[in-house]
Design a protein around this ligand. Structure first.
Ligand code: PSV
Ligand code: MN
Ligand code: MN
Length: 388
């Protein structure tokens, strides 16, 4: 048995959830460049996501964002997804677009605003029942811009109260993941800025609450793999939002900006059991494709994760432990770098072919004619954008 054969069972169960919003148009505050064929409905977003799964076998679920993906009949949407070969995944709440949330949502000083934000989450949990989703993901834009604007201590207490009520409505098989972000849109303080704050809240809630780690939500220079190791050690790493960044929350293709960082992160995921069968760690993309085509952008992304997982799994753990035991700094480092520099692409191409998938899903997509077909068919209506 080759070392690659040994990692095949892990590769076989690798699943990377894709976000519905990646298929809509997005941009910066300067310009949104629309692309022909962009979905106009949640169904069209799901159909595009299904194409990614069809060509890669890597993306069996699609995350929805409510109300961006609001429909009348979620059971029908679920059937639609299943007819296309995918399932519906995480439900993302949204308390960052209504005027009423200008000064906060679950942390707002006014109980009536908190009530409204809590009710939105209860609606999301109801939707989860109909979509068959396991996870409710909460990311809050809550924070303040100026010292003195808010009582940052009281807001933590209000947040705890709000989350407690939401948590109480989760079903036995459902979970909450609480995402943190160090700044933006608030610039002075953010109510859930870091993993420690998220951990404090989810730990106070109970076994069904976990931290969500978005790779773009840290200050430059943060050692993200250390956070991964710590959260896995504490049993509280619930999910990832993968993307890459050069400056702030850039939401670029995962592995594009710093493939070695992705390797280090996934190495700690593997080390902590996060790729084991039944692991609580869900892998998801949270990206926007501002200038590139969205479907191949997503295909590239899931392939980047797959390639990096393969390298991580090929890391010679025994040699690494031996070098660490011997205090041999350079040998230990070399074991890690040897795994990182291994070119797994030919092995993965053969692996895909053996499974009846295209050896090169990027080329297969380009040759499929799908992009031309959706560009021709999807005329009229309003193209979905990041926020709709
Ligand atoms: C916020 O920056 C974030 O990363 C959260 O995950 C949101 O759910 C996502 O973007 C899309 O709004
Ligand atoms: Mn995110
Ligand atoms: Mn983000």
């Amino acid at each position: 048995m080759t070392s690659f054969d040994r990692i095949v069972p892990v590769l076989d169960r690798l699943a990377i959830e894709v976000p519905s919003w990646a298929y809509g148009n997005s941009g910066t505050r300067f310009k949104v460049f629309a692309t022909p064929g962009t979905p106009r409905t949640p169904q069209e977003k799901i159909a595009d996501a299904a194409k990614v799964h069809e060509l890669t076998g890597l993306a069996p679920t699609v995350a929805l964002h409510i109300p961006w993906d609001k429909v009348d009949d979620y059971a029908a949407l679920r059937s639609f997804a299943q007819d296309h070969g995918v399932d519906l995944g995480t439900i993302n709440s949204n308390t960052f677009q209504d005027d009423v949330y200008k000064l906060g949502s679950l942390t707002h000083r006014d109980p009536a605003v908190r009530r409204r934000a809590i009710d939105h989450h209860l609606e999301c949990i109801e939707i989860m029942g109909r979509t068959g989703s396991r996870d409710l993901k909460i990311w809050l834009a809550d924070g303040t811009n100026y010292p003195g604007q808010g009582d940052i201590r009281a807001r933590q207490d209000w947040l705890h109260e709000s989350l407690t009520e939401i948590y109480a409505h989760l079903g036995d098989e459902q979970r909450m993941v609480l995402e943190y972000k160090f700044f933006e849109p608030a610039f002075y303080h953010t109510d859930v800025p870091d993993w420690g704050t998220s951990y404090a809240h989810v730990n106070a809630l109970g076994d069904k609450a976990f931290v969500c780690l978005d790779t773009g939500h840290h200050a430059p220079g943060t050692n993200i793999e250390f956070i991964v190791a710590q959260l896995l050690r504490l049993g509280k790493l619930g999910s990832f939002d993968f993307n890459s960044r050069f400056y702030a929350d850039d939401d670029l293709i995962v592995g594009a900006a710093d493939p070695f960082q992705l390797f280090r992160i996934l190495a700690e995921v593997a080390r902590g059991g996060g790729l084991d069968e039944g692991s609580p760690v869900a892998l998801m993309l949270d990206q926007c494709h501002n200038i590139e085509d969205k479907i191949p952008g997503q295909i590239r992304s899931v392939l980047n994760v797959q390639e990096t997982v393969a390298k991580v799994l090929l890391l010679d753990r025994e040699a690494l432990t031996a070098a660490q035991d011997a205090g041999d700094v350079l040998a230990a480092h070399q074991v890690v770098m040897d795994a990182f520099w291994t070119d797994v692409r030919p092995l993965l191409a053969a692996y895909r072919e053996a499974k009846g998938l295209p050896a090169d899903p990027m080329t297969a997509y380009a040759a499929s004619g799908y992009q031309q077909r959706i560009a021709a068919e999807r005329v009229g209506g309003t193209q979905a954008s990041w926020g709709a």
